[in-house]
Design a protein. Structure first.
Length: 99
């Protein structure tokens, strides 16, 4: 995550907290109750977001992992394209022997 992304996410969280506070006040909560409930809701939202991130990390469902897999596939494809027909035949025989 770039520095500007962190700034944008932080501002987004700050603005979201303010909007939630205003919504609670519009519903009829007094200032103190609206502040407490908006903070509680914001904490739940941030914890949920964090847990979803940790879940993606644990499952290796991250952009970096996908880029690495795509790169490895491209390298293998290029190596296959550069092989001579004799080398391809030899490789196919080796694969059949291992199976």
């Amino acid at each position: 995550m770039r520095r500007i992304d962190v700034i944008i996410v932080s501002l987004g969280i700050f603005v979201t907290g303010g909007i939630i506070y205003l919504v609670f006040q519009a519903i009829g909560f007094d200032g103190l109750s609206a502040g407490v409930w908006s903070q509680a809701l914001l904490v739940v939202i941030v914890l949920g977001w964090t847990l979803s991130y940790l879940f993606r990390v644990a499952n290796k469902d991250m952009t970096y992992n996908q880029q690495l897999k795509d790169y490895e596939d491209a390298v293998l494809q290029k190596r296959l394209e550069e092989m001579t027909p004799e080398e391809l035949e030899k490789l196919q025989r080796e694969i059949k022997e291992e199976s």
